[in-house]
Write a protein that binds this ligand. Structure first.
Ligand code: HEC
Ligand code: HEC
Ligand code: HEC
Length: 181
């Protein structure tokens, strides 16, 4: 009897997770938020200081950009009835929308581009790129693949769209791990 109840609980949680839109990807991995990625790791110079670089790009402030009078004017002009910072039509490109664990105020976070991190967050996995990709980290084969990712947001559906020159913009946010000589 106990076993049957446990099985039922598993089935119920699978069913509910399948309907919680955006919180999980197909592999069942969940988003953790920038603090989990960079609160502990990804911030030393030796590692490439991804946190520091990200904080200086617009991506860290992308949610805040929706809280201005200008943003609300844009939303109103589009016929939206809620403030820009509450409108899914705006949030879709201005933050990482996931479950309650992720702070949407942190804007366009690491996992927007790298995939939900629960499966590959452990050091033993992350140290090995192939393992991390197998565990759900997004793989980019070349610059064209990276550019396609950028253009899911940097496109004409953005009400303030500016010409997107990939080389120039990628140069502004690049955050590689330094090559050891
Ligand atoms: C398709 C993705 C997308 C959607 C949808 C979107 N944005 Fe943006 N938004 C962007 C991008 C990308 C930028 C950065 C502009 C650039 O450099 O191209 C931006 C920048 C902005 C800025 C700052 C730009 C400035 O010049 O001050 C504001 C304000 C803004 N968006 C408001 C909104 C509002 C309000 C909505 C909802 C009505 C919205 N956005 C919907 C992608 C989007
Ligand atoms: C707008 C998209 C985007 C955001 C946001 C982003 N990254 Fe990246 N990141 C990339 C791309 C694209 C690459 C290059 C991937 C490749 O070459 O396979 C990369 C590379 C990296 C690398 C280096 C891999 C290497 O081998 O040199 C690390 C580490 C990394 N990102 C961590 C982070 C962390 C931590 C954050 C958040 C603080 C973050 N990234 C935010 C797109 C992004
Ligand atoms: C989830 C949507 C999203 C994705 C994906 C995305 N961006 Fe952005 N990006 C934004 C928004 C929104 C802003 C504007 C933030 C603001 O104005 O506060 C922005 C701002 C920027 C800025 C700062 C504005 C400037 O030109 O100085 C750069 C650079 C940039 N993005 C480069 C990239 C690159 C390169 C990629 C792909 C590797 C990328 N972005 C992917 C949404 C996105």
């Amino acid at each position: 009897m106990k076993k049957a109840i446990a099985l039922f609980a598993v089935a119920a949680s699978v069913a509910s997770s399948a309907t919680s839109v955006g919180a999980q990807d197909n592999a069942g991995n969940t988003y953790l938020g920038v603090k989990a990625c960079a609160g502990m790791c990804h911030k030393t110079e030796k590692q490439g200081n991804q946190l520091g670089i990200w904080e200086k790009t617009g991506h860290a402030q992308a949610y805040t950009a929706l809280t201005t009078a200008k943003a609300n004017d844009i939303a109103k002009a589009k016929g939206l009835t809620s403030p820009a910072a509450d409108a899914p039509e705006c949030l879709q490109c201005h933050t990482l929308k996931a479950d309650a664990k992720v702070d949407i105020k942190d804007g366009v976070q690491c996992e927007v581009c790298h995939g939900p991190g629960s499966g590959y967050k452990n050091m033993s996995v992350m140290k090995d790129k192939a393992k991390a990709i197998a565990a759900g980290m997004t793989e980019y084969k070349d610059n064209a693949a990276i550019e396609r990712q950028c253009r899911t947001c940097h496109n004409e559906k953005s009400p303030t769209y500016k010409e997107f020159n990939f080389e120039e913009r990628w140069g502004k946010i690049r955050h590689s791990v330094p090559k050891t000589p």
